[in-house]
Write a protein that binds this ligand. Structure first.
Ligand SMILES: [Zn+2]
Length: 424
């Protein structure tokens, strides 16, 4: 299998060299944040660790863990590790609790982002001159610009469509012969619907790169078949420097390669903070090795995954592979003593023949007791009983559910809201 590399020597670097490079970069970044930012220095001092204590790669475990709180508390600029006049761009995530997280970029950070993202494009099979339609928002959210910076680096023909106006999107993709579509997977579904309404097809489209939502294998299959494309799952977040920084799956589709020359990954038990064995699910913890303006150190992502393999992949890449994100710790729904993630519900629903691609999970709380209702769109051959039975088999209990005709549930143009919490 051909790798289609952006940076072949680094993507296929022997593991021992990669780890040596990680060690050197870890020493450098710890030294950098310790010297340049008082919050980091105080945190490290309180933990009894400094730059001189990092002698091996394993010494990363001596460092204190961080989380979203340190980034929120330092809003807007207190955690910056470079002088303000070195900043060229910023992006921001709002999150659910209000105070945003700001991620600043120096020129070198923008190059680092572009390189990670360009590697993802090439890993998905992109070649110079291919037209890429970028559908995430160009704004504070990092999606649109990240895909833009990467497409510049990879030499692609950029269609900076942004979200919405789906009929125009379909016409643009058709007229400009877009080969690559990027965005959120739920928008891929929307494009399929609108394409069918318009009686259009997109014969030049071959590659879909989707991120920002945890999506199931069955959802992937629907988008892949509906658009006639190969679907890739891209990963990265505001705190690590944006979309694509953490990696993507290759055409072997056996886990997401993470760019380890730029990041150190650990998977921990979220209750104890101890590292778990490869193959076991836990919380992903990330250290950014090469970012200047705000490198995160042992950042607890709240994303759940596992290490699939550290062996060389059939694509030739040596960077480790993790499972697609199961969900976020705070997305886990606990009802009647049973824990599950929205993605499991999606996987089950999409496995029922005749069920559409739109659904809602409604968590209702009445007098402190939680119950779940799952509403789904389906053809007339699907009954509520069939849905309940399938969910009972995978989740271990039966949520109540209503079946709506196709098109009967509300549509969104951006990241889809699937889970609703209601209190009576
Ligand atoms: Zn691979």
């Amino acid at each position: 299998m051909k790798g289609n590399y952006y940076n072949e020597s680094m993507e296929t670097v022997p593991r021992r060299e990669l780890e040596e490079l990680q060690k050197k970069r870890l020493q450098a970044v710890v030294d950098h944040v310790y010297r340049s930012n008082r919050i980091y220095r105080d945190l490290f001092d309180a933990h009894g660790v400094g730059p001189d204590d990092i002698k091996s790669l394993e010494d990363v475990r001596k460092l204190p863990m961080t989380n979203k709180e340190i980034l929120r508390e330092s809003y807007p600029l207190a955690l910056f590790c470079v002088p303000r006049d070195k900043i060229r761009e910023m992006h921001m995530s709002s999150g659910s609790t209000g105070t945003p997280v700001i991620m600043p970029y120096t020129p070198a950070d923008l190059e680092q982002w572009a390189e990670c993202m360009a590697r993802c494009y090439c890993m998905a099979g992109a070649s110079q001159g291919d037209a890429v339609q970028i559908t995430p928002l160009f704004g504070l959210f990092n999606g649109g610009f990240g895909m833009y910076h990467g497409a510049r680096a990879a030499g692609l023909f950029i269609i900076p469509a942004g979200p919405g106006n789906t009929q125009r999107q379909v016409r643009l993709a058709r007229d400009l012969k877009a080969r690559i579509l990027t965005g959120v997977v739920s928008y891929g579904l929307r494009i399929i619907e609108v394409m069918e309404e318009m009686g259009e097809s997109l014969p030049d489209l071959e590659i879909g790169i989707f991120g920002a939502e945890a999506f199931s294998e069955s959802m992937k299959k629907r988008v892949s078949e509906g658009l006639g494309i190969e679907v890739f799952d891209i990963y990265g977040m505001t705190e690590t420097g944006g979309v694509g920084t953490l990696g993507q799956d290759c055409s072997a589709h056996d886990g997401l390669h993470v760019w380890e020359d730029h990041y150190i990954l650990e998977v921990i038990d979220p209750r104890t903070g101890e590292e778990v064995e490869d193959g076991q699910v836990g919380e992903l913890v990330v250290t950014a090795l090469t970012r200047e303006a705000l490198p995160v150190i042992r950042f607890r992502t709240a994303d759940l995954t596992k290490v699939i393999s550290r062996e060389k992949c059939e694509c030739g890449r040596t960077h480790l592979r993790i499972a697609p994100i199961t969900g976020r710790i705070d997305d886990m729904i606990i009802v009647k003593g049973v824990n599950f993630f929205p993605k499991q519900v999606e996987q089950t629903l999409m496995g029922i023949p005749g069920v559409g691609s739109n659904y809602q999970i409604i968590v209702e709380e009445i007098d402190g007791v939680k119950d779940v209702r799952v509403n789904v769109e389906a053809g007339p051959e699907v009954t509520g009983f069939m849905v309940e039975k399938a969910l009972k088999e995978t989740l271990g209990f039966s949520p109540k559910g209503d079946v709506y005709p196709i098109g009967g549930l509300p549509r969104t143009e951006g990241k889809a809201q699937r889970v609703f919490h209601k209190k009576a």
